[in-house]
Design a binder for this molecule. Structure first.
Ligand code: OOG
Ligand code: NI
Length: 463
């Protein structure tokens, strides 16, 4: 059967993420510097924490800790989004979550294409935060129409990439040769083009409407705008970036430093100014510049339940009401102090987080639990008697306020702009061609399955 010779979608994704990393390091040398710093800090952290090293060895992730966890692109049209969904599906990446960034002054809405399920995530967790430009939020109607016409005329996928997607969909997969070609062809979509498809004048008009519109509309394709490896100590990398000659954004996004990490902490270095040529009337080129591409790092903690997430959102809002972080970093110390102070209201030990129903956990039988024959008992009693142990489930998604902070810091300090909040998940899903998956359902299914696997010891009917 042909299916036996298909390359698994996990392997295609791993190959794609490696190819993208190599391309980006070559295109953005500062990103290579960041990767080296991350590797060094990870090594130092592991040397100081043998228990952490052991846990990473046990979960078979030690050799992959410095690899990229995510990247991001910004698309221009519904057709591009729908095709991108088909491309990612071949790599085992599916749209999870809907993020409305209009509230934060960024005219896009987004989803994250990512592997779903424990095995796929541990084989290679690479995901792509994918935004779709919302021209409907642009007031200037003439400009809106011109931008739409430019976007309608571009083709972001190679013919071969489209043909390979169709073949994979028809046959149910790609063989090794097809998979290698697929990775090579799809990579082209993410490549940087230093020749714009618009004139300098049009670029300026788009840029004046919003820098993000210029970034999406002026180019041949949706260049990857950052990649993000995982760090074991985000505060240390943030502190050391300037020593390496790279400028970090003002504050780390997300929750404060904690004993028990929750959700996601992220920071980035500021986007670089790159030289770009614009077509002029005499069929020659005008030289200018564009700022879009950067590098980011992330550190992940436990996935929160809707209750935990509501508490997180509430505490973050409280913090930002007290101190709103300025893009120039002038009040960064005050912001961090307020964040740490206000987040004291979020329990910081695993037992309390779990008992309060704030986080998702997996449950497993201990050795004692496996030998137990006393009949099913309640979960809390089983934990109390040392029959069942629990581990936090890692958060695999994104945070809208953090994402907006990452966008803003890379659009320049003057880019803040007000839009009327207008989430439009229905339109986004229509453009995408499917509904996005619910992140909470994903975590709760993992938790539930782990509880079911403890039946015989715990009474799963009552948890
Ligand atoms: C995406 C920003 C969001 C994150 O890590 O939250 C993001 C973008 O700038 O296109 O990647
Ligand atoms: Ni990111």
């Amino acid at each position: 059967m042909a299916t036996e010779s298909f390359t698994s979608s996990d392997d295609i994704r791993a190959a794609f993420s490696a190819a993208m990393s190599a391309m980006y390091r070559e295109e953005v040398p500062a990103y290579g510097t960041l990767m080296a710093l991350v590797a060094q800090v990870n090594e130092e952290t592991l040397a100081g924490q043998p228990a952490l090293r052991e846990r990473l060895v046990a979960t078979d992730t030690l050799d992959r800790i410095c690899e990229e966890r995510h990247g991001a692109i910004r698309l221009g049209t519904p057709e591009e989004l729908a095709m991108m969904r088909r491309v990612f599906a071949i790599m085992g990446m599916f749209p999870v979550g809907y993020y409305d960034l209009s509230t934060a002054g960024v005219p896009v809405h987004s989803t994250a294409f990512r592997p779903v399920g424990k095995e796929s995530l541990s084989r290679n967790p690479f995901r792509v935060f994918t935004s779709l430009l919302r021209l409907d939020l642009i007031n200037d109607e003439a400009l809106r129409n011109e931008a739409a016409a430019i976007l309608a005329g571009r083709k972001i996928f190679t013919d071969r990439a489209v043909a390979l997607v169709e073949k994979a969909e028809q046959d149910g997969g790609l063989d090794a040769d097809g998979a290698a070609q697929f990775v090579k062809e799809v990579l082209e979509t993410f490549r940087w083009h230093n020749q714009a498809i618009v004139s300098a004048d049009m670029y300026k008009r788009l840029h004046d409407a919003h820098r993000l519109i210029a970034d999406v509309v002026s180019f041949k394709g949706p260049h990857i705008n950052h990649l993000t490896p995982r760090t074991l100590d985000i505060d240390k990398v943030q502190d050391r970036m300037p020593e390496e000659g790279i400028a970090p954004k003002a504050v780390v996004e997300g929750p404060p430093t904690r004993k028990c990490p929750i959700l996601l902490r992220q920071t980035s270095f500021k986007a670089l100014q790159e030289s770009v040529s614009f077509r002029n009337d005499t069929n020659g080129w005008d030289v200018g510049s564009h700022t879009a591409r950067f590098g980011e790092i992330e550190q992940r903690g436990v996935a929160l339940t809707p209750k935990g997430r509501a508490l997180y959102d509430q505490l973050l809002n409280e913090t930002r009401a007290r101190v709103r972080p300025a893009a120039d970093g002038s009040n960064a110390v005050a912001y961090e102090a307020a964040l740490a102070d206000i987040f004291k209201k979020f329990p910081d030990d695993w037992g309390s987080i779990r008992r309060a129903g704030l986080g998702y956990f997996t449950y497993t039988l201990t050795e004692k639990g496996r030998a137990y024959t006393g009949g099913e008992i309640e979960l809390e009693a089983a934990i109390g008697q040392g029959l069942v142990q629990f581990d936090p489930i890692v958060y695999e998604d994104f945070l809208p306020v953090s994402a907006a902070g990452i966008f803003q810091s890379n659009l320049g300090d003057d880019a803040a702009q007000e839009f009327v909040a207008s989430p439009n998940q229905i339109v986004f899903e229509r453009d995408l061609g499917v509904s996005v998956l619910d992140e909470f359902a994903h975590y709760s299914a993992i938790e539930r399955a782990s509880l079911e696997a403890c039946s015989g010891v715990i009474d799963t009917a009552v948890v």
